[in-house]
Design a binder for this molecule. Structure first.
Ligand code: PXG
Length: 465
């Protein structure tokens, strides 16, 4: 028998990196390339800050991975997990059983979601939630005697997860290229990215035009074959792409006209990120299904799910019989207990209102000022998510050759200066914890400016600017 592995908190960075590259295959990673560099090992966190194994303090402007909405170190969440682990660490919700945290969370979610939502189906992640969406949407139309309505329309450059269904719904062509995706019955239309596709038009004109691509796609597929349309209210992993204000209301109108279901993937936009509880509230539409994950527990423990609107719930409950679908961890009691503590904390601290009326507006003002920087062609933020578009030429809005990986260069400067930002191509992304203060926003914006300056200097030295 192997010796019992002891935790080794005192290992050096080099020792962590050696063990990491020997055994750990990281997500979305070139394994060989990472092994040659070594991972940055994060060892602790508090509020909006992380510390690495060298003791370096880092401002986490990405909330972990768009999820630590209440910030790190919240005692109420830690206590909720500890108490539930002692009381009942696990029981399932199959075979006509349930646990108090899962029941209470279902009840609370019905209260904090738009009025059409009174039921929830739990999963372990956002990807699994979107697998549930595919199964439920198709089952709904089956039960109504229209099984031929099975096609789901999504968008290019959307991110809906990494399971087979999630990656198929998503519109990342490099993901489709690995594993024969998408699965049949999922089609994609162009994204509402004004900066790339809408130049020469007003944002509002472009928003209507981009929404009408949905109608064109419905007619191409056949209106009687389309089951649903899915989209993120604001695309997150695709680069914080904020659609024009005209886009979502027109999408809603088209879905209503053709009777197709509307699915909002709220995995990033949910739980206050955009200054309302839900991104669909900020963008002005009324979905039939909402996928959530991440912010439901502020990432302290995995949990996801799907809010099921009354239109679908009534059919599934009254006429559907058994729904042949579920996960071992659907309604995991510890995850649900943490989610309850997390949502109550958001309510108690008024975090959603704070983002809408205070910190979101404050960030927008300072972010807009970054658009003056010689490298930035567009600066956009909604609530506490934002993007800076790096450009080669400000006047024309021309971008750098993508092979130059200018975004990665900038991300390197962020890493070196104690700031975590995400680079999506040449778009620099932020989504800081919702507890961030005005003073911390000042620090963050100052750090961003410093990193943009350093990136510009590099480009000038290489003769690229
Ligand atoms: N939907 C959306 C809108 C997401 O952003 C998922 C579904 C999948 O959730 P899970 O819990 O299965 O990961 C996501 C996840 C990035 C990045 O690089 C974004 C996500 C995940 C990993 C990386 O921005 N979003």
């Amino acid at each position: 028998m192997n010796a019992v592995l002891q935790p080794a908190p005192t290992r050096t960075t080099a020792e962590w990196q050696a063990a990491d590259s020997a055994h750990y295959l990281h997500p979305f990673t070139d394994f060989k390339s990472l092994a040659s560099k070594g991972s940055r090992v994060i060892t602790r966190a508090d509020n909006i800050y992380l510390w690495d194994s060298e003791g370096v303090k880092i401002l986490d402007a990405m909330s972990g991975l768009w999820c630590v909405n209440v910030g790190y170190g919240q005692q109420a969440l830690i206590d909720a997990a500890t108490a539930q682990l002692k009381q009942l660490p696990f029981y399932n919700s199959f075979f006509q059983t349930a646990t108090p945290p899962a029941i209470e969370l279902a009840e609370l979610l019905a209260q904090v979601t738009p009025p059409q939502f009174n039921h929830v189906f739990f999963s372990g992640s956002g990807s699994e939630g979107n697998d549930t969406v595919v199964r439920m949407v198709r089952r709904y139309w089956d039960v109504l005697g229209q099984p031929e309505r099975s096609v789901i329309i999504s968008r290019k450059n959307a991110y809906h997860g990494s399971t087979v269904a999630g990656a198929s719904l998503g519109g990342m062509s490099y993901m489709h290229a690995q594993g024969g995706l998408p699965i049949p019955g999922i089609v994609h239309m162009e994204q509402p990215f004004w900066f790339v596709h809408g130049q020469g038009k007003t944002r509002d004109e472009f928003g209507l035009e981009a929404a009408r691509w949905l109608e064109a796609k419905i007619l191409e597929v056949g209106a009687d074959k389309v089951a649903a349309f899915i989209g993120e209210p604001i695309q997150g992993a695709g680069g914080v792409i904020v659609p024009p204000a005209t886009y979502w209301p027109e999408i809603q109108r088209i879905c209503d006209q053709y009777g197709i279901l509307l699915v909002s993937d709220e995995v990033i936009c949910g739980f206050g990120r955009t200054g309302n509880w839900w991104g669909c509230e900020t963008m002005g539409f009324r979905p039939d299904l909402m996928t959530f994950a991440k912010g439901v527990t502020s990432g302290y423990i995995p949990l996801g799910g799907v809010m099921v609107g009354d239109r679908i719930a009534r059919v599934m409950i009254d006429q559907g019989g058994e729904f042949e679908h579920g996960y071992t961890y659907s309604g995991h009691p510890v995850a649900c207990a943490v989610a309850l503590a997390n949502i109550r904390l958001i309510q108690r601290e008024g975090l959603v209102d704070r983002v809408r009326t205070d910190t979101g507006a404050y960030l927008a003002e300072h972010f807009k000022a970054l658009a003056e920087h010689p490298l930035i062609g567009e600066a956009q933020s909604v609530g506490l998510m934002g993007a800076l578009q790096i450009v080669k030429d400000k006047a024309s809005g021309t971008c750098f050759d993508s092979a130059l990986e200018v975004g990665m260069l900038c991300r390197g400067h962020c890493f070196a200066n104690g700031l975590i930002m995400r680079a999506v191509g040449d778009r620099m992304i932020i989504a800081p914890p919702l507890v961030i203060t005005r003073a911390q926003i000042d620090d963050m914006v100052e750090l961003i400016r410093l990193c943009l300056d350093a990136t510009l200097r590099d480009l000038q030295q290489r003769g690229l600017r």
